[in-house]
Design a binder for this molecule. Structure first.
Ligand SMILES: NC(=O)C1=CN([C@@H]2O[C@H](COP(=O)(O)OP(=O)(O)OC[C@H]3O[C@@H](n4cnc5c(N)ncnc54)[C@H](OP(=O)(O)O)[C@@H]3O)[C@@H](O)[C@H]2O)C=CC1
Ligand SMILES: N[C@@H](CC(=O)OP(=O)(O)O)C(=O)O
Length: 348
């Protein structure tokens, strides 16, 4: 077993990490960190637990420590669920102390020597680790996963991008409240309502998508050459981001072939049989009213993206439209970091 720690273990995403790692066949949780407010307390006393699954017995009595590498002993991998501003300062310290940091925070994602990875999409970008260690003189390293809306979108774009010329992508999101954290959106703001703004979300979707699908020459990534425009909205759903996607295609396509590309899409995690690899990363729904967050967010244990309403646009028939749903705190956050770590553990 590999000893792992969770940074920001008491937060929304930290709790998902604990839930997903509790019975992991290869990773054992041996350290939990949080802010100074929580350090020194038993985990069950420090956390306000929000998940239906209950606090796993194995961590209930674990004493939470300060988020400082000196406090985290004999740990090989740390999963970061820290706020971005804290992550920017703290994650490099863990990497410098020799630990492998699988980060879910946005702080380091667009650094040119930090891999931004979805294992089914661009596992080869992990080769940047060598450059990072050389550039920064670290024994450890940082690997990041993308923003939750970006992950779900890119998992559907990848099989299309491999087969078709894509000119432009327009996406409108309907994002669950859990994406903003427990105290992120007041109930008075979101009940009976939709908020058409999520800070920096559109910019992150636009830049991270092109980076993930970009060309890697062994040393750096050249962003993919199409353009993408995102409009992001917060909706009164607890978990599961829904996205309406419109693609301006640069070549002829058949809707049935597109469905086949989605259904047949597989990546390295499936080939290697990684623990959290869903059997089918993209699941095609044929019902006219699916996917829906409540019904589809847990597909593939929350690690698959469901896609439906795949159709040719009636007004602009050279273009493709579909709707997707992905679980934002599993595939979009904790599950994504864990799959990155499983891949690293397997191939490095
Ligand atoms: N990939 C994705 O798309 C998603 C990413 N995220 C990202 O994951 C991260 C965590 O989000 P979320 O769980 O919602 O946040 P929360 O606010 O719920 O949790 C934050 C955690 O960090 C700890 N913390 C806060 N400040 C400090 C500090 N100064 N030093 C050390 N620890 C600190 C908190 O400890 P304490 O309890 O003691 O305060 C808590 O454990 C964020 O970067 C967020 O943007 C979130 C959702 C989806
Ligand atoms: N902003 C996302 C969640 C998030 O924290 O994203 P990021 O990991 O890019 O900061 C949401 O609201 O649903």
């Amino acid at each position: 077993m590999v000893n792992v720690g969770i940074l920001g273990a008491t937060g929304m995403v930290g709790q998902r990490f604990i839930e997903l790692l509790a019975d992991h066949p290869k990773f054992e949780i041996t350290a939990l960190t949080a802010s100074k407010r929580s350090a020194g307390k038993k985990y069950e006393d420090a956390v306000t637990w929000h998940l239906e699954s209950g606090i796993p017995e194995a961590v209930q009595d674990t004493v939470v420590v300060d988020t400082d590498p000196a406090e985290v002993k004999d740990v090989e991998i740390v999963f970061s669920a820290l706020p971005a501003d804290t992550a920017a300062i703290v994650e490099p310290k863990f990497a410098a102390a020799g630990m492998k940091v699988a980060s879910n925070a946005s702080a380091m994602r667009m650094e040119p020597d930090v891999p931004l990875v979805i294992p089914e999409v661009n596992p080869e970008h992990l080769d940047l680790i060598e450059t990072q260690q050389k550039n920064r003189g670290w024994d450890g390293f940082i690997v990041t996963n993308p923003n939750c809306s970006t992950i779900a979108l890119v998992m559907t774009l990848k099989p299309l991008y491999d087969q078709y010329d894509i000119k432009k992508v327009y996406v409108s999101t309907m994002q669950a409240v859990s994406g903003a954290g427990y105290n992120g959106v007041p109930s008075m703001a979101i009940l009976d309502n939709i908020v058409p703004f999520i800070g920096s979300e559109e910019e992150k979707m636009e830049s991270e998508t092109l980076e993930l699908l970009g060309d890697f020459d062994g040393e750096s990534v050249t962003p993919a050459g199409f353009s993408l425009s995102a409009s992001c909205n917060r909706v009164p759903v607890i978990d599961g981001h829904t996205e309406s996607v419109f693609i301006e295609m640069g070549e002829e396509f058949e809707v049935d072939d597109v469905k086949k590309s989605f259904s047949e899409f597989r990546g390295l995690p499936q080939k290697l049989g990684l623990h959290y690899a869903p059997e089918s990363p993209v699941i095609v729904r044929e019902e006219e009213n699916r996917p829906q967050p409540r019904m589809d967010r847990n597909a593939g244990h929350g690690m698959a993206v469901s896609v439906g309403r795949i159709r040719r646009d009636a007004v602009f028939p050279e273009n493709l439209k579909y709707t997707l749903v992905g679980h934002n705190t599993i595939r979009g956050a904790a599950g994504a970091s864990i799959l990155n770590a499983e891949l690293i553990n397997e191939i490095m």
